[in-house]
Design a protein around this ligand. Sequence first.
Ligand SMILES: NC(=O)CC[C@H](N)C(=O)O
Length: 313
Amino acid sequence: MVSNWRANRSLDDALVEDGIVGISGIDTRAVTRRIRSSGSMRGGVFSGEAAELDAEEQLRRVREAPGMAGRNLSAEVSVSEVEVTPATAERIGNLAVLDLGVKQSTIDNLAARGFDVHVFPQSATIEEIRAIEPVAAFYSNGPGDPAASDQHVELLRAVLGDGLPFFGICFGNQLLGRALGFGTYKLPFGHRGINQPVLDKTTGRVEITSQNHGFAVDAPLDQVVDSPHGFGRVEVSHIGLNDQVVEGLRALDIPAFSVQYHPEAAAGPHDANYLFDRFREMVLATLGQAQGPDATTPALTDAQDSTQEDTNA
Ligand SMILES: NC(=O)CC[C@H](N)C(=O)O
């Protein structure tokens, strides 16, 4: 039955037309109760010919499917060549993005903060990144177990060692955690959905966030600690309020931070979009320090002058 006045076809028709599998007649409450006591587990949705197989065979196929622990899937989702998106706001410089499964909305958000966004294949080397003379680096979200991404961790250590400002989202947060010297682990219950409450410890604000992660960083929630890998002091900046999981990291002695959730979530919630501004400000502050104390002030003075001219005219 179609119940919205704007509808011109049924959900079933829409799914069939777009080739999307739908399920119905499932006791979702029973599924929830089972997962709640046993933790996340593999499941199967069978369609077409596979839907005709007997239950035993379907169960065997699900059991044979590989789990997520220990898997590195970055090569399956990354670009194969560098792709460049020019800045759509006043330009700061080149940004090196490591594509571990990056979303268009992330690229758009970064371009809108003044970066020429260079999206690199996940196999990129530090030499390739240095060659674009970046002002900063970014690691995206993506599938897989962060414990199986040693190569990306080593690359990030080289990036941080070069003093490049860094921002990471989701998988990027887990890899920053590892680069700093923390471990990661698989959550008994992954965080999925668009209404996950997170505390930003730097402002005391709670934001409602979009999340999609099955792994998390293992770092102390309530104290500043020295990076076990020698990058100075680090704190957990954001905490998931449902189960007290690390949702963000901030280095205090190098310009690097990351979050475990999705400030780029295009459909919202947009509470966390300020993090792209925080990144822009961190990059400008780092560039300002490199160029001397007065380097970032003229822009503000110019803006004030022109406002005054407008008023006088
Ligand atoms: N959305 C993501 O980047 C997920 C990160 C990681 N694959 C996890 O499941 O935790």
